[in-house]
Design a protein around this ligand. Structure first.
Ligand SMILES: [Zn+2]
Ligand SMILES: [Zn+2]
Length: 249
């Protein structure tokens, strides 16, 4: 009954308030879309060379970032800039939870994700620590994964992967500190279906070490292949000899 009311309410709302671009609020031509062409174009613009495996922007000389990790690849929709950054900011820091599903839908539209998405049979969001989730009211990665699940038809699973303890912000730590910060931070509860290919969903790929720590736990629990799927990656030209990602989950 509530669901029926929900659908009816939504239809009424669409009639009263025609769909608008979720970034610039321009009216949209099609109700099935979430971004206007002007906002969508820069997100999909050709990006500078990135590592084909981890998407970090230091591909020229081979990549030390992903030399030894458990993830198949990390795919990102775009740079953490322009309209995408604006949308992520509202979604993550201004409590606009309702942007999660449309942004997840956008992930599912990216052609370079298609091959990975065909393979994925379970979507798992990077978990937040319970205290952080209470503070925000939702896990942003879970909202994204829900939108993506709607496009793919792959089930969303929020029970298996848990964050056992709060971790410090990775940005302030060096490589050894990051490793220590995340060691044993994630655990898998229950049994994963055998030979599962997992789409591990994150909002902004910050340190690949967070995804990597999740992937480690999932692989130990029997996952066969793990793809990292994220909205954005900060475009940083890292000074030589430093790691390329910032963390700000
Ligand atoms: Zn727009
Ligand atoms: Zn790499």
């Amino acid at each position: 009954m509530f669901s029926l009311l929900g659908h009816f309410g939504r239809a009424l709302l669409d009639f009263a308030l025609p769909p608008h671009c979720l970034v610039c609020r321009e009216p949209l031509a099609a109700a099935s879309e979430y971004l206007c062409p002007q906002c969508w174009a820069p997100i999909r613009a050709v990006r500078p060379a990135r590592c084909p495996r981890c998407s970090c922007p230091n591909a020229e000389r081979g990549c030390a970032n992903c030399a030894a990790w458990e993830l198949e690849r990390v795919l990102v929709l775009g740079d953490h800039a322009g309209p995408l950054r604006e949308a992520i900011h509202r979604f993550k820091f201004e409590g606009q939870r309702q942007l999660g599903e449309p942004l997840g839908w956008c992930l599912g539209q990216a052609p370079e994700f298609a091959a990975a998405l065909r393979e994925v049979d379970l979507l798992i969001p990077v978990p937040l620590h319970a205290a952080r989730q209470r503070e925000r009211g939702y896990n942003q990665s879970e909202e994204l994964a829900r939108g993506l699940s709607g496009v793919l038809g792959a089930p969303l699973c929020t029970d298996h992967l848990r964050r056992r303890r709060a971790t410090r912000q990775q940005a302030s730590l060096d490589a050894a500190g990051r490793h220590e910060n995340l060691a044993g931070a994630f655990e898998v509860c229950g049994v994963l279906p055998a030979h599962t290919c997992i789409g591990l969903v994150d909002d902004v790929v910050t340190t690949a070490s967070t995804l990597s720590a999740c992937a480690q736990a999932l692989q130990q629990a029997g996952a066969r292949r793990i793809w990292g799927l994220a909205l954005a990656c900060p475009f940083l030209k890292p000074p030589l000899g430093t790691r390329p990602f910032l963390d700000a989950s």
